[in-house]
Design a protein around this ligand. Structure first.
Ligand code: SF4
Ligand code: SF4
Length: 283
């Protein structure tokens, strides 16, 4: 069972939900929690544990100008504009390269080879006997977060129960995170901005073909418009987390509120049971 926690905008409490949900359900199940928000990962802050670090590299082409006759075939082939062939020079724009390897194949003179380029790191932490946290971190200035997301997903895919914390928004990293999931929890909040971004996120997840439901975080009780949108779009409201100063204070200390509230432990356990039943049982 692979569950993504996503939101159309930042600041809705998506990571708070991912961390508390994973912590609670790891009480009696093995859970892998994956931080796919690779530009701003923050789940490790809840668990104070980064774990073992390993680097993530991508193969980047380098040109042997002794073999190159500047025919231009590599530049014509590269659909990402990552190679520019001049009269007597070939320039590789590393940040545009998607490491497809195509330029190596089309070069008639075997003038292109690859070298690894570090784009980020992974942290792999065993938080306790049932909970493992995998975090992807994209290096500052790097553009290819998708490769880090693919790597953390590969590392976790054999696990029976995985929670993916997506980056906010609806851009490519979100699509990469949601693809292949069994279910997506869309986290929103009781504001017009929250509803606006929920609509965008729900549409994207629907297009990918992943079933979804909604959690309203920091609910102030005025959720009529969100409820109406969910009704009209067959989106079940799975849970409401009310605005609560005590919960906010616990979070501000970087702690998990579910540790302090047995009632929330039951609600998160029930949430997993419900999602599994919506998906046709434990996958
Ligand atoms: S395809 Fe090969 S030979 Fe042609 S310009 Fe590129 S590197 Fe040089
Ligand atoms: S590896 Fe692919 S993306 Fe990178 S420069 Fe070559 S053709 Fe372009």
């Amino acid at each position: 069972m692979k569950i993504v926690v996503a939101s159309g905008k930042g600041g809705t409490g998506k990571s708070t939900l991912s961390a508390n949900f994973s912590y609670v359900i790891s009480g009696n199940r093995d859970v892998v929690l994956v931080d796919c928000d690779v530009e701003e990962p923050n789940l490790h802050l809840f668990f104070e544990e980064k774990g073992k670090e390993s680097i993530v590299t991508l193969p980047i082409p380098v040109i042997d100008e002794n073999k190159c006759d500047f025919c231009g075939k590599c530049g014509e082939f590269c659909q990402y504009g990552a190679i520019t062939v001049l009269k007597d020079q070939v320039m590789v724009l590393q940040n545009l390269c998607h490491s497809c390897g195509g330029c190596l194949i089309v070069c008639p003179n075997d003038a292109i080879s690859e070298v690894p380029k570090t784009i980020g790191v992974l942290w792999d932490a065993q938080i306790d006997s049932n909970l493992r946290l995998i975090t992807g971190v994209l290096n500052e200035g790097e553009a290819n977060g998708i490769e880090i997301i693919k790597t953390v997903k590969r590392l976790s895919e054999s696990s029976p129960l995985v929670i993916y914390d997506s980056s906010p928004g609806t851009a490519c990293p979100v699509i990469e995170t949601v693809e292949g999931a069994d279910f997506c929890i869309l986290v929103t909040e009781s504001t017009p901005f929250g509803l606006h971004d929920l609509k965008l996120a729900a549409e994207v997840v629907k297009k990918i073909g992943v079933p979804s439901g909604v959690v309203i975080n920091r609910s102030d009780g005025s959720d009529n418009e969100t409820e109406e949108f969910c009704r009209e779009n067959d989106l079940e409201i799975l849970l409401k987390i009310p605005f609560d100063r005590e919960i906010a204070a616990i979070q501000n200390r970087g702690e998990l509120f579910s540790v302090y509230y047995p009632d929330w432990q039951k609600q998160f356990t029930d949430l997993l049971d419900h999602i599994e039943s919506l998906c046709g049982g434990n996958r």
